[in-house]
Write a protein that binds this ligand. Structure first.
Ligand SMILES: Cc1cc2nc3c(=O)[nH]c(=O)nc-3n(C[C@H](O)[C@H](O)[C@H](O)COP(=O)(O)O)c2cc1C
Length: 180
């Protein structure tokens, strides 16, 4: 135990730039997490830290930064929706990643049946109750209990095409990336 303690003492601190650069090799989809603030305003933020978590009960998770101004307003509504972005929504991803009070102005969206904003053109919508918020360093780990689910019905022969994020840039699948 003592030897282990000494070794730990000499581990170099992780450089934040290295951490970002190496983590950027983990490819993800991109979502916009949306909610309704208590004053009725639609609120949303881009996130890639989204994952399915549990099947029974059906839980998803997303990790909002403590510094986010949107997250507390989403959380106060106790519900959120996850909008899974399509390949042609990179500009929407950038838009919802900028801190602003009026991110929904000029956007195509509707209130979902579960009370959260749903963005037009997303390939899937997942509406949740906010189940729990756990600490995670400079972020939170927010768990959602899934209440409503919808995905874009592909035209026969056409696959829904997701927006991907890899090494700090947007990507999309090409036809040669067919499932295998
Ligand atoms: C592709 C991409 C992924 C992002 N993922 C996250 C994330 O998982 N968690 C997070 O807190 N912020 C993430 N951000 C940044 C937030 O979208 C951004 O900080 C937030 O919208 C700032 O606005 P706010 O002050 O209104 O919260 C991401 C941004 C981009 C472009």
């Amino acid at each position: 135990v003592h030897k282990h303690f000494l070794e730990e003492d000499f581990v170099e601190p992780v450089d934040p730039a290295d951490f970002r650069a190496v983590m950027s090799h983990f490819a993800t989809g991109v979502v916009v997490v949306t909610g309704r603030a208590v004053d009725g305003t639609p609120v949303g933020m881009t996130a890639q830290s989204f994952s399915a978590l549990s099947l029974d009960p059906p839980l998803v998770m997303v990790c909002p930064a403590r510094s986010s101004t949107s997250w507390p307003r989403i959380g106060e509504g106790h519900r959120f929706a996850v909008n899974v972005l399509a390949a042609d929504q990179a500009e929407l991803s950038r838009h919802f990643a900028r801190s602003a009070a009026d991110k929904f102005d000029g956007q195509a969206w509707t209130w979902g049946e579960y009370g959260c904003p749903l963005l037009d053109g997303a390939i899937a919508h997942i509406e949740c109750d906010l189940e729990a918020v756990h600490p995670g360093g400079d972020h939170y780990i927010a768990l959602g209990r899934v209440r409503k689910l919808a995905s874009r019905l592909a035209e026969p022969g056409a696959e829904p095409s997701p927006l991907l994020f890899f090494r700090s840039g947007y990507r999309s699948l090409t036809p040669s990336d067919a499932p295998r």
